[in-house]
Design a binder for this molecule. Sequence first.
Ligand code: ADP
Ligand code: MG
Length: 479
Amino acid sequence: MNAAWETVIGLEIHAQLATKSKIFSGAATAYGAAPNTQACSVDLGLPGVLPVLNREAVRMAVKFGLAIDAAIGPYSVFARKNYFYPDLPKGYQISQFELPIVGPGHVDIEVDGVKKRIGVTRAHLEEDAGKSLHEDFHGLTGIDLNRAGTPLLEIVSEPDMRSADEAVAYMRKVHELVRYLEICDGNMQEGSFRCDANVSVRPRGQAEFGTRAEIKNINSFKFVEKAINYEIERQIEVIESGGKVVQETRLYDSMKDETRSMRGKEEANDYRYFPDPDLLPVVIEEAFKEEVKAMLPELPDAKKQRFKTHYGQDDETAATLTASRQLADYYEALVKASGGEAKLACNWVTGDLLGALNKAGLDISRSPVDYERLGGLLKRIADNTLSGKIAKRVFEALWQSPDTADAIIEREGLKQITDSGAIEAIIDKIIADNAGQVEQYRSGKDKVFGFFVGQVMKATQGQASPGEVNKLLKAKLKG
Ligand code: ADP
Ligand code: MG
């Protein structure tokens, strides 16, 4: 990065709200239906129809507002944003302009150990547009209006970020939050969570912001990072070679890893905003706010802090385990199911379980091993029935079958041999059979000890308690 320049970034995040029906109609919002099977007369903008506001969408917006410590607009207004595009049959999008439902508030991020508070200017409710399909019809464009009218919460940040890393950290934080709140499924591939990145540069030390470009519709964390970094370099180059950055809308091409100009930036007045005469203003009463507040779950930062103090986890571990509400819940249920083995549960979740899920491309909610069966395994590790090595074998069996750990241990005879009499007999035989190695060990070649341990483990198929083996071998080899 060029030290003479400072980057300024503000994000507009679009989160599709997880309501069953659309924001102004009763049509379903489910993703992936056959084109135009989920668009009713309201979504199509047919003459004579009237929008009716979805109460659930309002509730979700308020939930988000409360979670980011924001002011909730007691009185907010829907406005028509007028523009023409084939995927917008009404000729306007219903959005909010002067009086949004949420804001201002804030979100705290951390990059390389440095904490920073990012301002959220506002979050407003609006409807999503339909989709234009350019690939499916040769020389033609298809229009799918299933998405038209899907509720969106547009979350607008202050221009508070100073690097792509900060922007990604902020976007991740908001992503985590909307999933915790269960107001958005966060599926970025399906477009449920996407953002526009506004980027400008200015000479370090200058108070005024530079002219910004807005990169539209980025739907992955990686692309946000790459698009912003590309854009920073491009703007610096333009200015350093004597040119001026123009305010415009750009598109990020992930194949070429570059941003390209789409169109000149429109001003708010290009949209001829005016209050939608078909919709009443939204009045949020104190009682409704209190009702929503009472439904707020424990939020990510609070949960992470609790994991650190209550379970004694370090920062990174607590962050891993609280990355999603489902994972955190799984962990806590596992601790209970294992009879309170918090540390062991932590090791197994962050190690073997997440590793196996990752490899299989599965989310914790679809883990083949539920917390009860894994808890059963942890109990057998804790009470020394299983050695660490054999426990891994049982875990694999849990993954493959619906049986409990105890059933698997029983069936496959995997109990750790802790009976010292049995181990002693095996050791005696190995000592008798390997007089040469015994001689070497006794004459000071300590390394040979490993050979004996190996022999015992081989003879017991790994089931002898390693602690017991070490103890007994040491005593017997002394002679
Ligand atoms: P619009 O809705 O026309 O895109 P806004 O004024 O609402 O414009 O700003 C949109 C986003 O752009 C906000 O997130 C804001 O923080 C950000 N932003 C505004 N000015 C700048 C700037 N000079 N550089 C970077 N980001 C900016
Ligand atoms: Mg914008």
